[in-house]
Ligand binder design. Structure first.
Ligand code: FPP
Length: 250
């Protein structure tokens, strides 16, 4: 069946997703949490394909947060295995769909073999010109701001930069995710940002879905895009100013 293009016509340039609800999905089926994560990986495949077809430029998925190490060791190990398996399985598909894939986050804590798989995935898709897929792994918004702060402080301490030269543009250029998020989606019914893209989501439209991540699909993505198209983005201005700007554009 032909997939529907979202009503309103506009497609957010950068969509970021907090994929929540794998564990509850599995428990509801009497399965182990890791089976929920496996079903979550299937949903990732469908949503990446749908986002690419709809012309989204950047898709950032929160696969593993800086805080997820606190989970039971057995679950953390299973997530690491799933991550490695998914990379092996999906690298050729991502390349053939022209999807440039990068992993953002502090990957130094991962095993050497996982780090090598990540390097191979990134190298295999580096020349792709379609959707940019960013997998946030061992990522946290505070970590990202901390690594920027350290790098800039170091540069200043070495006399290579004047602190007065630090502005929003400079900070953005040091972040591991450079693009502002247009639409932030969280599945699974919770209504929080959970240390995701704190700087980059400053002016995101935020869509909370009760759907558990393994059940999130192309149709659910279209609902989120419809929501995005129903919003007036004001970036601190008044509604009148925004409307005048739009009239001016025509
Ligand atoms: C949150 O659900 C999900 C995660 C912490 C892991 C996300 C991983 C995947 C979607 C699968 C693998 C992804 C890739 C890119 C290979 P939860 O476990 O917190 O769910 P709960 O709130 O129902 O317990």
């Amino acid at each position: 069946m032909e997939e529907q293009i979202a009503k309103g016509g506009g497609v957010p340039r950068h969509i970021a997703i907090i994929m929540d609800g794998n564990g509850r999905w599995a428990q509801a089926q009497g399965q182990s949490r890791i089976m929920g994560h496996r079903a979550g990986a299937d949903a990732v495949r469908k949503v990446v394909e749908a986002a690419s077809k709809r012309g989204v430029k950047v898709l950032t998925l929160f696969a593993f947060s800086s805080e997820n190490w606190k989970r039971p060791q057995i679950e953390v190990n299973a997530l690491m295995r799933l991550f490695a398996e998914t990379i092996q399985l999906e690298t050729p598909n991502l390349k053939s769909h022209n999807i440039k894939t990068v992993v953002v986050g502090d990957t130094s804590r991962f095993s050497t073999s996982l780090q090598e798989s990540i390097d191979e995935l990134q190298a295999a898709t580096v020349d792709c010109t379609g959707l940019v897929l960013q997998i946030a792994a061992n990522y946290g918004g505070r970590w990202d701001l901390l690594q920027v702060t350290r790098a800039l402080a170091m540069k200043c301490a070495m006399g290579l930069m004047d602190p007065s030269a630090i502005d929003e543009k400079v900070i953005t250029s040091y972040l591991s995710v450079a693009d502002d998020v247009d639409l932030l989606i969280r599945t699974g019914g919770e209504k929080r940002i959970s240390n995701f893209l704190l700087w980059q989501a400053a002016y995101s439209e935020v869509y909370f879905s009760d759907v558990l991540w393994p059940d999130f699909d192309a149709a659910q993505l279209d609902l989120a895009i419809d929501f995005f198209n129903s919003r007036e983005r004001r970036f601190g201005m008044t509604s009148e100013q925004v409307k005048n700007q739009e009239d001016f554009k025509c």
